[in-house]
Design a protein around this ligand. Sequence first.
Ligand code: BES
Ligand code: ZN
Length: 458
Amino acid sequence: MTLDAVLARIDADLPQATDRLLELLRIPSISTDPAYKADCDRAANWLVADLQSLGIDAAKRPTPGHPMVVGHVDGPDDAPHLLFYGHYDVQPVDPLDLWDRDPFDPELQDTPKGRVIRGRGASDDKGQLMTFIEACRAWKAEHGTLPCRMTFFFEGEEESGSPSLVPFMQENAEELKSDYAMICDTGLFDSRVPAITTMLRGLLGEELTITGPDKDLHSGMYGGAAINPIRVLSRIVAALHDDTGRITVPGFYDGVPELDPALRAQWDGLGFDHGAFLGDVGLSQPAGEQDRSALEMIWSRPTCEVNGIQGGYTGDGFKTVLPSKASAKISFRLVGDQDPLAIRDSFRAMVRDMLPPDCTVEFADHGASKAGQFDISAPAYDKARQALSDEWPDAAAYIGCGGSIPIAGHFQSILGTPPVLIGFGKDDDQIHSPNEKYDLESFHKGIRSWARILDALS
Ligand code: BES
Ligand code: ZN
């Protein structure tokens, strides 16, 4: 059976595949920081060259931000046209002192839970993206061609709100249309249970900067008489939730549906271990809405979180300063039909209403995307699910995801292409955090999973 030959080649080639991933991980493609612009470009070049080595007609495509990488390969008319999406940009690495090694000097490590590939982007998303490319490489080596018509679409701005994505998709809609958009940027349910993600939360990113005095002041000379922007900011931030954890932005819950009982029953059947989930990160008590399960809170409830807060003197030691400015970065995860733009307006109005005299506020916009729910009735979902079940110890599950992948909704709305979200990350991968890793097993079985999915779909 030819699939067996492809799988055997994947097994034999794993050390070389891992070396290729390590090479890509050495490129510090941090999209949000302009200091790494040339590195983002280098990562795009690396991918173009790698796709070309597989005979794929690939090119770097400029945008006002970081380049896209797009490649095409032709295939038989009687097989579906598959698009594959991943992102080559990564999150910033700070706080750097919490890393055990240089985030861009990746290595294989043996840990009590198995071998891991350690480095920024190992899981989110370079390791995941390479699972698909490696499956194609093995397929091509065995068969001489790829199994179906394919489009490869890699982005370099996903971690910084994808400012160039929608215009690029609109301008190149005809070129990017396909039968299914396979997105590899999500996780397994757990190490035994692979998953297809059918729900994603949306995201609204807001940054607010409050200015009081026109310069930093001595807090002994002015404190008491002069307004302190950190106190103003703290009051506003504290007012965003009430004592029961509900978000107080007016109209915030408009469009939030109650969980469908059938879906609740399906999720309850997954046997998610809330205690272990929190225990893995040093916690024991569930926070948040008391009457809801952990999965329900992460997958289907909206949130408001402060992701960063700044103001005054934050260096070592102590300084009696009354600062001129204070700022916070706040993200809202959205579900159902919540409208990110209406929530942005309401949030900004609420902040302005709370501003005392003499203070001003400026807002910066860090992206707005609606939640996504994907129709899984097309036959490809069931075929992909079966292919995943064949590779992993237990059968694949349909799951939700607390994170946000705005492009999944764009495939649907701009291109009319149904997204299929399959990935092999794990909850303990420490994505966006120090010491990010990807299990070697995720990488290896991820490659094998794609080979099985390609076989099933073509
Ligand atoms: N790969 C993640 C999305 C994700 C997170 C999937 C957790 C599965 C579990 C993606 O790269 C990401 O981090 N997205 C951002 C959104 C973006 C607009 C900044 C996110 O969810 O914060
Ligand atoms: Zn990602």
